[in-house]
Design a protein around this ligand. Structure first.
Ligand code: HEC
Ligand code: HEC
Ligand code: HEC
Ligand code: HEC
Length: 316
């Protein structure tokens, strides 16, 4: 076991031992600061996001007749923006300070995929002291900064499985915060639940932003190997999400769609010729999914899954 992991375990054990003696304190949940926080430095990504359905739906979805019917069906506020069940997935609820109340200020945005930024933004922007510019950052500092940001909740673009988990939890109606009763009411009132969310088709169309290394000015396209890798990451996330969701609600429509998601993902993963894929299908856990993602990193598996990849014309 590495000393970093061991150190973490010791810290957790020490915390667990100490916490029974501590008075109940307000948990310091990281909070969302909103896409404008990122706009100043990530103008290109912001402008691209503004054209996506994620951004545009902020001005449209709550006005649909179905939206009001579904909101009324779950109880609570008729307006989607005020209904706590709808804001979980449809909005970026921006908070000004810890423990404050979030206000919906945008559709799903940067932090919906990259993690609530209150604890990581300062780390993100510190290259080793106030006077040190990005170009002068040492490799050691960059590695430490990346890890510190991860520990504080940032999901970097290279953490593809973690990003994919966010996508499939919203798109598969499988978010932890969602209550089984509300889920059944939403579905009965006609809320869409599409088993066909597939990561390549959904991430390489309108949502795609690949301007890196940082100073690159064109929005890159994935190579065949990267598309295959992304496809497999997406199937892994979908299988784990759907398996977890099965025990979330006994609504028959929900069960049928989650079963479909499981079957589709298992079939896709069965085409992947590494033993970690079969292990994940046999036992769909995050740990097994991460093992598969690590096993295929940088490999070209396009031969295994070429016939399963979506056609570029179908990208959303
Ligand atoms: C003060 C400027 C600044 C702000 C504000 C900022 N970023 Fe960044 N960000 C950068 C720079 C510069 C880089 C590239 C250098 C690096 O960190 O490796 C970067 C890198 C990233 C990356 C990783 C790219 C990669 O190579 O993996 C992500 C993701 C990201 N930022 C997301 C965000 C999000 C989301 C926000 C808002 C919550 C945000 N950033 C706010 C300057 C900023
Ligand atoms: C677990 C995440 C989640 C929750 C919670 C949620 N939605 Fe959705 N909703 C989605 C996703 C994802 C879509 C897009 C589905 C698709 O296109 O496949 C969607 C689509 C919709 C649509 C159709 C939009 C369109 O453009 O056609 C309406 C209307 C809607 N939701 C209303 C609601 C209401 C009202 C609530 C609260 C009672 C709610 N949703 C809660 C994730 C969620
Ligand atoms: C729907 C989820 C999603 C949203 C919303 C989103 N990102 Fe990303 N982001 C990703 C994914 C996935 C990648 C990895 C892209 C790749 O490598 O193909 C990424 C990559 C990045 C990168 C590194 C690549 C690049 O373009 O430089 C940065 C920086 C970044 N995102 C910032 C942002 C900012 C800022 C916003 C909001 C304006 C945002 N993202 C919104 C999912 C998202
Ligand atoms: C916080 C919840 C959430 C997350 C995370 C999320 N989405 Fe979405 N996404 C939605 C909702 C809600 C809609 C539907 C908006 C509407 O129709 O009004 C949507 C719509 C979309 C659409 C438009 C679909 C269409 O039929 O036009 C695409 C594409 C998409 N998402 C891709 C992604 C990808 C790729 C990821 C992850 C990298 C992702 N989303 C992560 C909630 C989310």
């Amino acid at each position: 076991m590495s000393s970093r992991i061991l150190g973490g375990l010791i810290a957790i054990a020490a915390f667990a031992a100490a916490s029974w003696a501590l008075p109940q304190t307000v948990s310091a949940e990281p909070y969302v600061q909103g896409p404008k926080t990122c706009q100043e430095c990530h103008r290109t990504e912001y402008e691209l996001w503004e054209e996506t359905k994620h951004a545009k739906s902020f001005r449209t979805v709550h006005k649909m007749d179905e939206a009001k019917e579904i909101a009324v069906a779950v109880g609570g506020k008729k307006s989607m923006k005020k209904n706590a069940t709808c804001t979980i997935c449809h909005y970026t609820s921006v908070q000004k300070k810890a423990g404050g109340k979030g206000k919906p200020k945008a559709g799903p945005s940067c932090e919906s995929c990259h993690g609530a930024s209150s604890d990581w933004l300062d780390i993100h922007n510190d290259y080793g002291g106030a006077n040190i510019k990005r170009d002068d950052e040492t490799a050691e500092h960059k590695a430490e900064r990346q890890q510190a940001a991860v520990d504080a909740g940032m999901i970097w673009s290279f953490m593809r499985y973690d990003i994919a988990k966010n996508c499939v939890s919203c798109h598969g109606l499988a978010r932890d915060e969602l209550d089984a009763g509300d889920l059944a009411k939403m579905l009965d009132a006609g809320h869409p639940l599409n088993p066909d969310f597939e990561l390549v088709a959904y991430s390489q169309g309108s949502v795609r932003h690949r301007f890196y290394p940082p100073d690159v000015t064109t929005n890159g396209e994935m190579s065949a190997a990267e598309l295959a890798e992304t496809f497999i990451q997406g199937q892994a996330a979908k299988l784990v999400s759907a398996t977890g969701a099965m025990s979330k609600s006994d609504n028959s429509k929900y069960q049928a769609v989650q079963q479909q998601r499981m079957d589709d993902a298992s079939a896709a993963l069965s085409a992947v010729g590494v033993p970690e894929a079969a292990a994940l299908v046999a036992d769909p856990t995050d740990a097994n999914a991460l093992a598969l993602v690590a096993a295929i990193a940088g490999k070209d598996l396009s031969g295994d899954v070429a016939s399963l990849l979506p056609a570029p014309a179908s990208y959303k």
